[in-house]
Design a protein. Structure first.
Length: 144
């Protein structure tokens, strides 16, 4: 239960942090993700260290008793691994592991993220990863 809570809360926190901080006062860091970079890493990858660090801290704080902190940290870690595979590998092709997604859900995630990147700091859409607004299911064959 705590692991699922950690995973779910990460989607909510990520959405809010992405919308209000990354596209706000932290835009100078996040902007590297919205522009083409030549290297494998971008300044925006600093956020991975922050989120990953919070998961590691919670796991260490709860490991002695395997209390809620440990399991929430595990949920955050699972979210981070899922995010890496979906966002960095499947959508942005930072590694060439997958071809074009075939499932409706994965294609909707990809469409939502592409729409997000069509904008810059202002007027952006779709700040989460797993919660996909209905309008991105519109592609032929994606409607539920």
């Amino acid at each position: 239960m705590w692991t699922l809570l950690g995973f779910g809360l990460m989607e909510l926190f990520s959405w809010a942090i992405h919308k209000y901080l990354m596209h706000g006062i932290l835009w100078k860091i996040h902007k590297s993700h919205h522009t083409h970079t030549n290297g494998f890493f971008e300044l925006n990858d600093l956020f991975t260290l922050i989120f990953g660090g919070s998961a590691i801290l919670l796991i260490f704080l709860g490991i002695d008793t395997l209390d809620y902190r440990f399991w929430i940290g595990c949920g955050i870690s699972l979210y981070g691994m899922s995010y890496f595979i979906l966002h960095d590998v499947m959508i942005h092709k930072r590694l060439s592991w997958f071809k074009k997604p075939k499932s409706k859900f994965l294609r909707a995630i990809t469409e939502a993220h592409r729409a997000h990147h069509k904008t810059q700091k202002e007027n952006s859409v779709s700040f989460g990863l797993f919660v996909v607004p209905r309008k991105f299911w519109k592609e032929e064959g994606l409607k539920r």
